[in-house]
Design a protein around this ligand. Sequence first.
Ligand SMILES: C[S@@+](CC[C@H](N)C(=O)[O-])C[C@H]1O[C@@H](n2cnc3c(N)ncnc32)[C@H](O)[C@@H]1O
Length: 262
Amino acid sequence: MTRQIAFQYVGGKSGVLKYLFPDNQEAPSFNRYYEPFVGGGAAFFYLAQVRPTQAWISDTCPNVINTLIQIRDNHVALTNLCIDNVRKFHDRRAYWREVRDGYNDITDPLQKAAAFIFLQNFSLYSGRGAAILPAKNARMPRPFQSLSAALQNADISLTCFRSTPIRKNSLYYFDPPFFGQHHTYSTKFDLQDHYDLKLFCDKVNKKGSYFILSLGHHKVVQSLYDGYHLTRIARPPPTRSRGRGLGAMPTDGEVIVRNFKN
Ligand SMILES: C[S@@+](CC[C@H](N)C(=O)[O-])C[C@H]1O[C@@H](n2cnc3c(N)ncnc32)[C@H](O)[C@@H]1O
């Protein structure tokens, strides 16, 4: 099975899918999937292949949401624009800087999505999330056709996790910014947000639905989610996140919290 994601993303979870959804895990039964911190959607696109179901995906980053909507609604034109961007970059590396510096002036949603994917996939980022250098190589993108098909079953919202509906018979996957990484994304995520997310998880649990949450290892996580099932990933495979040496994510491992046994 080929695993495709929408774009490379800081904190992207393609490297830890086997821990989030282990093969031997008895899959909880659910008929709706919610992912309120969707980013590049590694988990969403994986589950759409193995357990297709109606889904709600959301994020507070307008660029992320616009890009997912363009993949859903305009995948052929978007694929062509992305191929075009890579060709131009192969011709001359200065093209990367032109895209980066002109990014904020792009108003057309399709062009904006193509530029966003290009910068996400082929940039080195500072710890504060600024694209500072082009990547050495740029591979031709794969067509977005299958991702578009997966997104046809999804409600896509530009909204905070607090607005996610809490329903029965559902699986929720939460992948919030790590503790201490609240400057990395377009909106901050501080300690209060982490406390509120914990209360949100409690409500999902009370409703009888399932949740999976991934977070960077931190003693606050241990005490906050005491009473749920915690799995520590001692040495997660490096995600191809921002940095690759420049401002990379912390490597102290991750914790997966569940309200069911795996
Ligand atoms: C760790 S990333 C998610 C990565 C994603 N799982 C992937 O595989 O690409 C966290 C995401 O949470 C979003 N975010 C930050 N604050 C949020 C909030 N209050 N509600 C919803 N999303 C938020 C960020 O914009 C970012 O896209």
